[in-house]
Design a protein around this ligand. Structure first.
Ligand SMILES: Cc1cc2nc3c(=O)[nH]c(=O)nc-3n(C[C@H](O)[C@H](O)[C@H](O)COP(=O)(O)OP(=O)(O)OC[C@H]3O[C@@H](n4cnc5c(N)ncnc54)[C@H](O)[C@@H]3O)c2cc1C
Length: 375
């Protein structure tokens, strides 16, 4: 018997929407998107720094390096073609005295990947580029930028809907059952009623729930797929006196113990400036987005190392996001997990697990990568 759809995508975040857009480009119309929230982009994709990353941090040949570098180029082109707000402002990755070795190591790593517009600059050039920043040296990264993530997602959804894709909101994926070809899935709708539908392919792009949804396939047997650990990131905004004060994003060296990029300074299209995200491992998997005001001191002490004249009163709590990190004992680098699970006995099932930063930058490249697996 024929299935209801060719493809079902679970999760209308930037990744699921980018995958749908690839299918739209290839005129595949039999696509259903299911999303538990009432609209698209209510998960990780709307709680981040909105930075278009260069790809300097990731080991050569990792999926993060490949997807980020390709995704960045695709994203700038897509923004230009679709008039999505963005700004290729560049960034300064700054080092203080004693940190030069770490900065050079990052520069060397960056050079192993094909990343344009990279150079080490000294104190004088930092002063002329960013008079309010104090640092002894910096890696100037010209291809970094910012993007309006919401506008990006609404444009991707428009492309997908133009190809007649179907969207089910307030619809939660519950479980899947293997069929001779494809899967039958159960969805809980807004009234709590369970409905069933089927597809030849299932793509699990459900962000913070992706590992649990993947395990749902194994029933009693535990599948050897990655599990997630959550890392919360908070942001504090700077008062209006700092609006439009900076021309570049400013990053300290990465925080290796938390596998994060450190508390950096970024801004939006209106010039509003924010600090963050911090990184705290969460003991449980509750999606707790509450801001802890007692973290103000930590933010101030980190940022006042590099922002001249910053005062404690300039900072106020903004928002937080949660990173879906692939769990490991030492919290070292974790790559994206993007896999067609044929070898585990689940043909036509694709898992995307651990799509943390640079997932926004990489989304269009991930969409093409997954599209190739299916098409
Ligand atoms: C603090 C922070 C800062 C970041 N900064 C950057 C940055 O500057 N640049 C960058 O490139 N990346 C950044 N990232 C990473 C980037 O935001 C993510 O990689 C990306 O948004 C992940 O998108 P997604 O579609 O996989 O997840 P999501 O946006 O979370 O989408 C998954 C969707 O699945 C839905 N879902 C879950 N369970 C179910 C279910 N059972 N049934 C139906 N639907 C379900 C959810 O509701 C959600 O809408 C940052 C992340 C964080 C947390």
């Amino acid at each position: 018997m024929k299935n209801d759809f060719s493809v079902i995508i679970i999760g209308a975040g930037v990744v699921g929407l980018s995958i749908a857009r690839t299918f739209a480009k290839h005129n595949l119309s039999s696509v259903l998107m299911i999303e538990k929230e009432e609209d698209f982009g209510r998960g990780i994709s709307s709680r981040n720094s909105e930075v278009i990353h260069s790809g300097i941090y990731y080991p050569k040949d990792s999926l993060k390096a490949k997807m980020c570098i390709k995704g960045r180029e695709l994203l700038y082109d897509y923004c230009i073609q679709n008039k999505i707000k963005h700004n290729q402002c560049g960034k300064l990755l700054i080092a203080q005295k004693g940190q030069e070795v770490d900065l050079t190591a990052l520069y060397q790593n960056a050079k192993t990947n094909p990343i344009p517009q990279l150079r080490i600059i000294g104190k004088d050039e930092i002063q002329s580029l960013e008079p309010s920043i104090q640092a002894d040296s910096a890696l100037f990264v010209g291809c970094t930028g910012i993007v309006d993530a919401h506008q990006l997602m609404s444009t991707l959804k428009r492309d997908s809907e133009n190809a007649e894709h179907n969207y089910l909101f307030k619809s939660k994926f519950i479980q899947a059952k293997s069929l001779e070809l494809g899967y039958e899935i159960s969805i809980e709708n807004a009234s709590g009623i369970i409905e069933k539908t089927s597809a030849d392919w299932i793509i699990n792009a459900s962000g913070l729930n992706s590992d649990i949804i993947a395990q749902g396939l194994g029933k009693s047997q535990k599948l050897n797929w990655p599990q997630l650990q959550y890392s919360k990131g908070e942001y504090f905004k700077l008062s209006s006196k700092w609006r439009n004060k900076f021309n570049h994003l400013v990053y300290p060296l990465p925080d290796k113990t938390h596998d994060s990029l450190g508390i950096h300074l970024s801004f939006d299209a209106m010039g509003n400036t924010k600090l963050g995200p911090s990184a705290h491992w969460m003991k449980n998997r509750q999606k707790d987005y509450a801001m802890d005001k007692t973290h103000l001191n930590h933010f101030f002490s980190e940022a006042s190392r590099y922002i001249k004249g910053l005062e404690m009163d300039d900072l106020s709590p903004d928002f937080s996001g949660i990173r879906p990190k692939i769990a490991s004992n030492d919290h070292s680098f974790s790559d994206f997990y993007i896999s067609h699970e044929n070898a585990s006995g689940f043909p036509h099932w694709i898992n995307l697990i651990g799509i943390d930063s640079p997932g926004l930058t990489s989304a269009l490249a991930i969409g093409e990568h997954v599209g190739k697996m299916v098409l």
